[in-house]
Design a protein around this ligand. Sequence first.
Ligand SMILES: *[C@@H]1O[C@H](CO)[C@@H](O)[C@H](O)[C@H]1NC(C)=O
Ligand SMILES: *[C@@H]1O[C@H](CO)[C@@H](O)[C@H](O)[C@H]1NC(C)=O
Ligand SMILES: *[C@@H]1O[C@H](CO)[C@@H](O)[C@H](O)[C@H]1NC(C)=O
Ligand SMILES: *[C@@H]1O[C@H](CO)[C@@H](O)[C@H](O)[C@H]1NC(C)=O
Ligand SMILES: *[C@@H]1O[C@H](CO)[C@@H](O)[C@H](O)[C@H]1NC(C)=O
Length: 420
Amino acid sequence: MQLAAAALLLLLTSISPSPPLAAAKSTIEPCSNSATCPALVGYTLYTDLKVSEVASLFSVDPISLLLANSIDISLPDVENHILPSQLFLKVPVACACVDGIRKSAAVTYKTRPADTLASISAAVYAGIVSPDQIRDANPNADLSDPSVIAVGTPLAVPLPCTCFNNSDNNLPAVYMSYVVKDVDTLSGIAARYVTTVSDLMNVNALSTAEIKDGDILAIPLSACASNLPKYSSDYGLVVPNGSYAITAGHCVQCSCGPGSRTLYCQPAPLAVSCSSMQCRYSNLMIGNITAQPSSGGCNLTSCSYNGFVNGSIGSTLSTYLQPRCPGPQQFPTLIAPPTSLPDSYFAPAPSPSEAGGIPSTNPKSVVPSTGVAFGLPPAGGPAGSASGTSNARSLMDRVTAFPVALVLGLVAEFVLSTPL
Ligand SMILES: *[C@@H]1O[C@H](CO)[C@@H](O)[C@H](O)[C@H]1NC(C)=O
Ligand SMILES: *[C@@H]1O[C@H](CO)[C@@H](O)[C@H](O)[C@H]1NC(C)=O
Ligand SMILES: *[C@@H]1O[C@H](CO)[C@@H](O)[C@H](O)[C@H]1NC(C)=O
Ligand SMILES: *[C@@H]1O[C@H](CO)[C@@H](O)[C@H](O)[C@H]1NC(C)=O
Ligand SMILES: *[C@@H]1O[C@H](CO)[C@@H](O)[C@H](O)[C@H]1NC(C)=O
């Protein structure tokens, strides 16, 4: 009886139409160089999961995952903490360049009993990747019947990600791929992530502020950039405002904000053996700053982190004069590992004070016309911003629309150049 019910369920799930992905849009970034860049994927847990389980879904380090969400890592056994279903997390991913498009290259998923391509897409990865994208990324896996996948099949999961040179309006930024929910509005998202509607439209090459359930947006989060030497293994480290990153073999943690755009690194509170974090010719440790009021202002001496090179932690001692002595270093608030959803979770309506309006001085306030959608970078915006689609039909619309626009342009030019 139970077996029959299970078989029926299997049958029903296999013949029921796949989720309405047909009209979902996704922002893609063309790329040419092979360097990876830091990005985030916004993820909503489909069930209660351990920290380590979420981390393994995205092939990331659990400590990085926790710190990206400002969750305290100093508690014992924090990796086995169970996070509640529907919790939203920012997952740090290395954004690679695959076949000319930015996506994650390093994420693999081992299939479990009852997995189907549709369930892996919609449930496990919460809509961030479509069944077709998973299929296309695994040409050698037997996915001929997407409802029957051998248990333990390793599947590459090409998560959408963008970097746009890790800048937005010429300021450091980290981009988060975000699956739009039906309750979302562009202004709500802009307010929640301290950006503007026009910036979101520019970045995603949207011609209107309309967004749909299942669309995937790139959301720029303001960030602090590092200035580490090219030869260090963590060159290019960028940390979003309000969060932490761990580096140098779990020895150093760096944070951004709330009050400053300067990346601040200090020894991490983990019990791991680390090479010396003391600056040479000084008794200062990485993160130590001494301030001495002097006649010319404030004489600051700081020992700062300078990259992880060949397994050793680089540090730099510098002395400089500033008009005024700085206040104490501020840190993003660390939270305890969540055990339940925050009260206001289902209505992330921002307070009016933080509602992101459209400042008239915003250099990106020009709303892109549909013509921009084909890949002209918005003025002053991230280069190479382009709107793609996760399905063939609307991609075809774009492709066919392009020559039409070209022809219209030629006609216009012809008319203009015709002597009267
Ligand atoms: C990328 O950003 C850096 C500064 O963050 C800038 O110097 C460089 O010109 C930018 N490159 C492109 C291609 O926009
Ligand atoms: C950084 O985050 C803090 C809250 O943690 C917020 O008040 C501030 O506006 C943010 N700054 C930027 C530049 O986004
Ligand atoms: C220097 O940094 C270490 C490690 O973060 C800290 O324990 C110590 O209190 C700091 N010393 C001063 C003088 O700030
Ligand atoms: C600033 O402090 C450093 C070390 O304490 C000292 O060597 C330097 O002379 C000072 N500079 C000024 C302008 O006071
Ligand atoms: C790192 O080590 C390799 C050999 O072990 C050496 O060739 C290289 O110069 C080192 N890099 C730096 C920046 O010290």
